[in-house]
Write a protein that binds this ligand. Structure first.
Ligand code: SIN
Ligand code: CO
Length: 373
């Protein structure tokens, strides 16, 4: 599969700013997953899913895990399953077509199956999203950014009132809709459909400060306390100069690249949805890996796992799943391959085995990578 999208034009004219429809962005699109497989995934404990049912003029949400769909009928519902790329290699391959955007931004691939009339209702996301139409047809309406009234008649659904569309299209298999944060949108299903939503997020101030606090606690840093040379006369007042002095204590922490790199590496390499590692049982031994090397096995990365390098820090510091792992300084090329490639050939991972065998063994036994013949 290939993505037919003029990346320069997309990044200059649309990314984070303007919604657009790209017809036949994937020509001859073949769904990588079938509705029954999606329903099977929704039954797993580690998978986050929901069903949205349309009732009259409203929508309600119920858990996605169910054995039997017959009571839902053949109209007005939609099953949504998050992070399908964590559980299904074909889902990861589809997501990888969008790696012209940085890995740290990618949230997950949500796959939905909807019957005619199904949809989640008009809403606004804080995320950039690409919606790729699989089998079936759905009509999509997108409104402009601006003030949109929240709807209060569907508790827990975070919907907005109907909006004036600036885009109103019927999407066919292989068509792609891009919606930046803040634009209201609503999908309505015309015939049984699969659709693929690729979500992208960026950290908020809350998340950044909380990650910095975690980093300081973990590394026992940030112990400096406020001191003052003068006190105010009124005992009940916190003076302006004391307020400023306290907040100024944070500045050196925010301005120290050593601290922020580690904070960002840990924060941005984490996933909002659970990973699905399959640690080998029994655990692999040194001999198993020697054998895999002789066999020419490839090293395959777990779906959804982000492996990040932080510019300015050594290339051999790899951040994955919220942790920093330091490779020997001779392995910077290998570290870059591990970060950039989903799969390494045996001659590409051999230096890792030679120079950092315990680290490779740890990663394999955590299920972050797998050896495959
Ligand atoms: C949907 O497929 O209807 C939901 C996707 C979205 O609105 O982001
Ligand atoms: Co949305």
């Amino acid at each position: 599969m290939k993505l037919n999208l003029d990346l320069n034009t997309f990044l200059a004219d649309h990314w984070q700013s303007r919604p657009a429809v790209f017809r036949q962005a994937i020509a001859d699109f073949q769904d990588p997953i079938q509705p029954d497989e999606l329903a099977g995934l929704a039954l797993e404990d580690t998978v986050s899913s929901r069903i949205i049912v349309r009732e009259g003029q409203g929508w309600r949400s119920e858990p996605g895990a169910r054995e039997d769909y017959s009571s839902l009928g053949d109209r007005d519902w939609q099953l949504l399953v998050q992070a399908v790329n964590h559980h299904c290699p074909e889902g990861q391959q589809l997501s990888d077509l969008f790696r012209f955007l940085p890995d740290w931004r990618f949230d997950d691939l949500m796959v939905s199956f909807a019957v005619p009339g199904g949809g989640v209702g008009p809403h606004i996301d804080q995320y950039d999203v690409f919606i790729l139409q699989g089998v079936g047809e759905r009509r999509w309406q997108v409104g402009d950014r601006g003030v949109h009234q929240a709807r209060t008649d569907c508790p827990g659904m975070a919907l907005v009132e109907d909006f004036e569309p600036i885009i109103d299209v019927v999407m066919q298999p292989g068509d792609l809709l891009y919606i930046p944060p803040g634009y209201p949108h609503c999908g309505q299903t015309l015939s049984p459909s699969l659709s693929y939503s690729l979500g992208y997020r960026a950290p908020s101030q809350q998340e950044l400060l909380s990650a910095l606090a975690d980093h300081l606690l973990d590394s026992n840093l940030g112990q400096q306390r406020f001191t003052s040379v003068s006190e105010v006369s009124s005992p009940s007042q916190v003076s302006l100069s004391h307020q400023q002095g306290m907040i100024a204590l944070l500045a050196p922490l925010l301005n120290d690249p050593i601290q922020w790199r580690d904070t960002l590496g840990r924060l941005l390499s984490q996933n909002r949805f659970e990973l699905d590692p399959w640690p080998p049982n029994p655990a692999l031994s040194h001999q198993d890996i020697e054998d895999a090397l002789v066999n020419g096995d490839t090293l395959q990365r777990l779906g959804g796992l982000k492996v990040l390098q932080i510019e300015g820090a050594p290339l051999t510091d790899l951040y994955l799943d919220g942790e920093c792992y330091t490779l020997p300084s001779t392995l910077s090329d290998t570290a870059t391959l591990l970060a950039s490639e989903r799969q390494l050939e045996s001659e590409q991972w051999q230096p890792l085995w030679q120079h950092a065998p315990e680290l490779l063994l740890t990663w394999l036994n955590l299920g972050y990578w797998q050896l495959q013949p």
